[in-house]
Design a protein around this ligand. Structure first.
Ligand code: ZN
Length: 221
C-alpha cells in the first residue's frame, strides 16, 4: 500500500491532524510537540493523546456501522472486508501522521513504518474474515460488533508505536509506561511498576491483557 498518495486523495484523511490544527496548533519538529499559535504554549503528550483518544472513540461508530451493514445483509463479506480495510487505513494512518507532526513532517521511512502498522491490521482483518467464513465468528452476534470496535481502538497502539519510533530516532534512550485507566489490567500495572527502562523494551500499547482497549501511554527521555 502507499498511504502517501492514497490518503491525500481520501476524504477520510488525517482527522487527528485536522482536529489539532483546527485549534491553531502547529508542530515544532525540534521539540516534537504541537504549539499553540495564540499563546505559544506547547501541548503536553497527554493533551495530544486526549485528542487522539477522542477521535478514535468518535470514529469507532463508523467501523460499527460497516459491520451492522454486514449483519443486515447489505454488504457481502468481500465488500465488508474492503470497507473495513479502508476505515482501518484512514484512522490508523491519521493517528500515525499526528504522531509524526503532520504530513509535512513525514519522511518516506515514516510512511513505510505507517504502512507496516496498517498491514498488520489487514492481517488481523483477514483472520476476522476467515473466522466468519469458518463459522467461528457468528455474523448475527454482538461479539461481531465488539470485535469490530477493536480495529478502531487499536489505532491508539499505532499512535503510540509511531511516537515511540519518533522518540527513538530523535535520540531518546528510555521509556516509562504511564497508566491510563483507574482499572488498569495486571499486565499494565506490572509494566508501569518497572518505571524507566531502555526504549523499546516495555510491552507495546495493545500487547497486554486489556489488548486494544489499553489507555496507557509512554513517557520518553
Ligand atoms: Zn492494560
Amino acid at each position: 500500500m502507499d498511504p502517501q498518495t492514497n490518503d491525500k486523495q481520501s476524504g477520510n484523511q488525517n482527522k487527528v491532524e485536522a482536529a489539532v490544527t483546527a485549534a491553531l496548533f502547529l508542530y515544532d519538529p525540534a521539540k516534537r510537540a504541537y504549539k499553540s499559535l495564540s499563546t505559544g504554549r506547547y501541548l503536553t503528550a497527554q493533551e495530544v493523546r486526549k485528542v487522539v483518544d477522542a477521535v478514535i472513540d468518535s470514529y469507532q461508530a463508523e467501523f460499527v456501522a460497516i459491520s451492522a451493514r454486514l449483519q443486515a445483509g447489505e454488504l457481502s463479506l468481500a465488500e465488508w472486508q474492503m470497507q473495513m480495510a479502508q476505515a482501518v487505513k484512514g484512522l490508523h494512518v491519521a493517528t500515525a501522521v499526528a504522531a509524526n507532526g503532520g504530513f509535512n513532517n513525514m519522511s518516506q521511512a515514516d510512511y513505510g513504518f505507517v504502512g507496516s502498522q496498517v498491514k498488520r491490521q489487514y492481517q488481523f482483518l483477514q483472520g476476522f474474515a476467515d473466522d466468519i467464513v469458518s463459522g467461528k465468528q457468528l455474523v448475527q452476534s454482538g461479539s461481531l460488533l465488539n470485535r469490530t470496535k477493536l480495529y478502531a481502538q487499536a489505532a491508539r497502539g499505532t499512535y503510540e508505536q509511531t511516537a515511540r519510533r519518533r522518540e527513538r530516532l530523535a535520540g531518546s534512550t528510555e521509556e516509562k509506561r504511564n497508566l491510563g485507566a483507574s482499572d488498569s489490567c495486571q499486565t499494565c500495572l506490572d509494566e508501569a511498576a518497572k518505571s524507566w527502562q531502555p526504549i523499546g523494551t516495555l510491552r507495546a500499547i495493545g500487547d497486554s491483557l486489556c489488548l486494544a482497549n489499553c489507555r496507557c501511554e509512554f513517557s520518553y527521555k
